[in-house]
Ligand binder design. Structure first.
Ligand code: PEP
Length: 281
C-alpha cells in the first residue's frame, strides 16, 4: 500500500465494474443496519433513481451493548443480494467481524446468483484484530474497507492496513470515521477529515470518509445545513475518494444509529452538494 520499500504497485483498482483510486470519488449511501426487506428495497430504489451503483448495508453489527440489536447476520443476505441485483447495485460495503462471515457472504452471493459485489468492511473496533486482518488479506475475491481505529495513532492504523496487503490483498481503502477524545466534543467523534491528504501522501490507498459515524446526529449549523453535510463537503474538498453515509427511509424505525441517518428525500441534495464540493477540490 506504499509502506513497504519494495512495493510499487498502484492501489487503484476496478471491482465489479466500479473503479476505486486516489483520483476519483465513489458514494456509498445506504443503511447502517439492514432491518427489514422493505427498508432495503426503498433504499435501493432511491439509489437507482439517482444513478447510484454502490451502497452500504450492515448485516453483522458490532455493538457496544450486548443487548442492542446485533444485526440480522447471514439471514438477511439472500434478500439484500436479490434486491441489489434487482436495482443494479454493483458494490455493497458490508462490515464483517469474523472470518466466517466472508464464507457466509460468498455462499449467499453464489446462491442468489446476482452480479452484485461486496466490499468487506473492517470497523474501528477491529482495526487491530490482526488475525482477522490476515485472514481477510489472504482472500483476493473481495476488496476491503479498513476503518481507522478510534483510539490509536494514525501510524498504527496504517500499519493495520498493511497487514491486509502483506497477506496479498492490496485492494484496500482506508476509512476515516472520527476519533474518540475526552474533551466533550459536540459531535459523536472528533472529525478527522483533515487527514485525507495526509493518508494520501503517506500511502497509495484511496481514502474514505464516514461523516455519519463522525458526527452522529442530525444537528444543523446556524446556516441550516446539516453538520453531516458540512463535514462531508470538507472531506470531499480535502480529496476524499469514497463517502460512506447513512440514510434511512424512516430513521425513527431504524434499529441502529437512526439519529444520524439522512432521509431518502435528502439524497438528491446530498449528491448535488457532493458534486459541488468535488468540483471545488
Ligand atoms: C459502521 O460503519 O456501521 C460502523 C459501526 O462504523 P465504525 O466501525 O466506524 O464505528
Amino acid at each position: 500500500l506504499g509502506r513497504h520499500k519494495d512495493d510499487q504497485r498502484p492501489t487503484a483498482f476496478e471491482y465489479n465494474g466500479v473503479r476505486f483510486g486516489q483520483d476519483n470519488l465513489n458514494v456509498f449511501a445506504g443503511l447502517c443496519a439492514v432491518d427489514t426487506p422493505e427498508h432495503v428495497e426503498l433504499m435501493m430504489k432511491a439509489l437507482r433513481e439517482h444513478g447510484q451503483v454502490c451502497t452500504r448495508m450492515g448485516a453483522y453489527k458490532p455493538r457496544t451493548n450486548p443487548y442492542s440489536f446485533q444485526g440480522h447476520g447471514k439471514a438477511c443476505l439472500p434478500y439484500v443480494f436479490e434486491l441489489a441485483g434487482k436495482y443494479g447495485i454493483r458494490v455493497i460495503a458490508m462490515e464483517i467481524t469474523h472470518e466466517a462471515h466472508v464464507d457466509e457472504i460468498r455462499e449467499a452471493l453464489r446462491q442468489t446468483g446476482n452480479p452484485t459485489g461486496v466490499m468487506l468492511q473492517i470497523g474501528t473496533r477491529n482495526t487491530q484484530n490482526f488475525e482477522l486482518l490476515k485472514s481477510v488479506g489472504r482472500q483476493r475475491e473481495f476488496p476491503v474497507l479498513l476503518k481507522r481505529g478510534f483510539g490509536i495513532t494514525l501510524e498504527e492504523s496504517l500499519n493495520a492496513a498493511e497487514y491486509l496487503a502483506s497477506e496479498g490483498n492490496t485492494r484496500v481503502i482506508f476509512g476515516l470515521r472520527g476519533m474518540k477524545t475526552n474533551m466533550g466534543d459536540p459531535h459523536r467523534n472528533f472529525v478527522d477529515f483533515a487527514h485525507v491528504p495526509v493518508v494520501k501522501r503517506l500511502t497509495r490507498m484511496p481514502v474514505c470518509i464516514d461523516p455519519s459515524h463522525s458526527v452522529g446526529s442530525r444537528e444543523r449549523a446556524p446556516d441550516g445545513i446539516l453538520d453531516v453535510m458540512h463535514v462531508t463537503a470538507q472531506g470531499v474538498i480535502a480529496g476524499a475518494n469514497m463517502i460512506l453515509v447513512d440514510f434511512h427511509p424512516n430513521p425513527q424505525k431504524a434499529l441502529v444509529d437512526g439519529p444520524q441517518a439522512l432521509l431518502l428525500e435528502e439524497l438528491p441534495q446530498f449528491l448535488e452538494d457532493v458534486a459541488i464540493a468535488r468540483a471545488a477540490y
